[in-house]
Design a protein around this ligand. Structure first.
Ligand code: GUN
Ligand code: ZN
Length: 471
């Protein structure tokens, strides 16, 4: 695999991961594994070898990097994000259906150009890494160029990425429409080219029920049946006008979710974004089939889509992961997305504790994707996809961190106040893929805070000796 680590390394920091789902409501520490001041040992093959208390430094055959006083967690997993929508973040004044027409379709149409698609995909993948996100489930566009570009960018950085060509054969501009036979042939070729290559997996990707004919949704089901390991990704029940439109387009379906169910698209590899306007029967079907909801709180707030009922999902046994949904969402930062998730639940009278939130963005997502043996925790044998963060970045966060009386208070304040400026470094399979500039004062213009680390050369063995950021 390109970029695999060639020597061991040992990172000293406060290690945090999860052993189980902490659940909503009062924070439950039993699901959490917090090892303050420990070494994380990473083998030459990029896998986690184990941990040691900080005072027991590993031997001389473990090159050491001291991040004492910083927080080390598994890299975040963003389960729904659009690689071709960096151009449309923060576009004013619309709800979903107008937003698609006015902003999003024109931006996606530009990805017919392979050079543009490649540039944008490289920038997108580097931006994920610069936000501490090491794995993602990604919508490119209808164009195979954009799919090749995002898989290629992820592969050259050794990343875990799931993506697939967007299917749209109606209700979209002509330059974004495909047809059933052509799309099927393209999907087959892309599955052959990318599925199972290194850390990449293919997802059959009907955009949403409005933009695929019944024939195309049927073809999507056939692809899933033919290629058992591939994923399915789509949108469901995001916006009320959208839900009403789907009911008109599919009058025989019991619900929006039932449209997908009718074409055999729901299974334990299905990732459905949003799921706001669902009922108890829908939740039962999600739980029975094992399909997961990629909850996208920033997007739901920004587009005014609605308030996701996480408790009802939990009580029904539905798996819920967390997603930025850029460009409907307003940024790639998972801490910010989690902070928005807290606010969405607060508006419902629910309390989202920091343990549950961080679990959903790491181990919970890995389990929902069936990838828990590869990512999502710091267990020995997992690939070392990890991020190291300041506990506090900027005067207010540092001040608040100092006052925290227990671990939940500290993590909750971190989750509410952190963003990409608090990120020190990101590792993928043990290789450094993002590193904040040493002179970072937290006051540079956007984009200047740090640098992607080249995907072509081995860069993982600089020995950081950075002091603790917080006094
Ligand atoms: N529904 C169909 N397409 C999209 C999209 O690109 N973003 C969001 N948020 N919802 C959608
Ligand atoms: Zn989306």
């Amino acid at each position: 695999m390109p970029g695999s680590v060639r020597t061991r390394r040992a990172l000293r920091a406060d290690l945090l991961d999860f052993t189980a789902d902490p659940g909503l409501g009062a924070p439950d520490e039993r699901a959490l594994r917090f090892r303050p001041d420990h070494w994380l040992l990473i083998e030459a093959d990029g896998r986690i070898a184990g941990t040691l208390p900080g005072a027991q430094a590993p031997g001389p055959d473990w090159p050491r990097e001291d991040h004492s006083g910083r927080l080390l967690m598994p890299g975040f997993i963003d389960t729904h994000v659009h690689s071709a929508q960096l151009d449309v973040i923060a576009s004013f004044g619309t709800e979903l259906l107008d937003w698609l027409e006015r902003y999003t379709f024109p931006a996606e149409a530009r990805h017919a150009d392979a050079a543009h698609a490649r540039l944008q995909a490289e920038a997108f993948v580097d931006a994920l890494l610069a936000h501490g996100t090491t794995a993602a489930v990604v919508f490119p566009t209808v164009h195979i160029e954009s799919v090749d570009a995002v898989f290629g960018a992820a592969r050259s950085r050794g990343m875990r990425l799931i993506a697939g060509k967007v299917l749209m054969d109606r209700h979209a501009p002509a330059n974004l429409r495909d047809d059933v036979a052509g799309a099927e042939a393209e999907c087959e070729a892309l599955i052959m080219r990318w599925h199972g290559v290194d850390r990449l997996a293919y997802a059959v990707t009907p955009r949403f029920a409005a933009t695929s004919t019944p024939e195309q949704l049927c073809m999507a089901g056939t692809l899933l049946h033919r290629h058992r390991g591939v994923y399915l990704q789509t949108h469901v029940a995001e916006n009320r006008a959208e839900v009403a439109w789907i009911a008109e387009l599919f009058p025989k379906a019991r619900s929006y979710l039932d449209v997908y169910d009718g074409f055999n698209l729901l299974n334990e590899r299905a990732v459905l974004a949003h799921g706001i306007w669902l009922d108890a029967e829908d939740r039962r079907r999600l739980a029975d089939t094992g399909a997961q909801i990629a909850h996208s709180p920033s997007s739901n707030l920004f587009l005014g889509s609605g308030l996701f009922d996480w408790r009802a999902m939990q009580e029904a046994g539905v798996r819920v992961s967390i997603a930025s949904d850029v460009g409907g969402g307003t940024g790639l930062s998972m801490p910010r997305t989690l902070a928005d998730a807290y606010k969405v639940q607060a508006l419902r009278g629910e309390k989202l504790n920091a343990f549950k939130a961080l679990h959903a963005a790491t181990r919970g997502a890995a389990e929902a994707l069936g990838l828990e043996r590869e990512i999502g925790s710091l267990e020995p044998g997992r690939l070392a996809d990890v991020a190291i963060w300041d506990w506090g970045h900027g005067a207010v966060a540092v001040h608040r961190d100092r006052l925290a009386r227990d671990l939940h208070e500290r993590l909750f304040a971190w989750m509410m106040l952190a963003d990409e400026r608090a990120l020190v470094t990101t590792l993928v399979a043990g290789c450094t893929r993002y590193k904040r500039r040493d002179d970072d004062s937290g006051a540079q213009p956007p984009g200047a805070a740090g640098a992607p680390v080249s995907s072509n050369k081995e860069t993982s063995h600089e020995h950081d000796t950075q002091p603790r950021a917080a006094p």
